[in-house]
Design a binder for this molecule. Structure first.
Ligand code: HEM
Length: 124
């Protein structure tokens, strides 16, 4: 459960960094490049952590949302690494942001399901 907390916090930090990077310049807010670089390392950590933290567990029923949440962070990561490799940004940045937000939502849903399953199991 602790790992899921860490994963959720990292996803919110990631979202915040992304939103500031995207919308910040229009309101005069520029991210320090060092701080922005953490978006890349956090991206890799988040993708690996999601695969581990959302692995099948005997006491948590396997629901499709758990599998989606487990692997979805790989999609914005792949696109983000594509940007680094020279993929043109433009509208793809919007796709990247939506995939990132979908990853946040699916991890939230999977974490809530796990919490309910574990508390039901502990009341038996
Ligand atoms: C699991 C979630 C995410 C992962 C793994 C991820 C990963 C990455 C990576 C590796 C890059 C390339 C770094 C660079 O261009 O310097 C990137 C760029 C970016 N990301 Fe994310 N990201 C995620 C979520 C988000 C979210 C939720 C947002 C905003 C809502 C966001 C906004 C951006 C923006 C604005 C860029 C810069 C694109 C450009 O070069 O213009 N990211 N992301």
């Amino acid at each position: 459960m602790k790992l899921l907390w860490i994963l959720r916090i990292l996803l919110y930090v990631q979202t915040l960094l992304g939103l500031v990077r995207y919308f910040g310049p229009s309101v005069g807010l520029l991210l320090n490049p060092r701080l922005w670089e953490t978006h890349i390392s956090l991206g890799v950590i988040i993708a690996l952590l999601a695969i581990y933290a959302l692995r099948p567990l005997p006491e948590v029923p396997t629901a499709p949302i758990r599998t989606v949440a487990r692997f979805l962070p790989l999609a914005p990561l792949a696109l983000g690494l594509g940007f680094l490799a020279g993929l043109p940004t433009g509208p793809l940045v919007i796709v990247h942001m939506l995939l990132g937000l979908a990853a946040v939502g699916s991890v939230e849903m999977a974490a809530a399901r796990q919490r309910r399953a574990l508390s039901a199991a502990s009341q038996k």
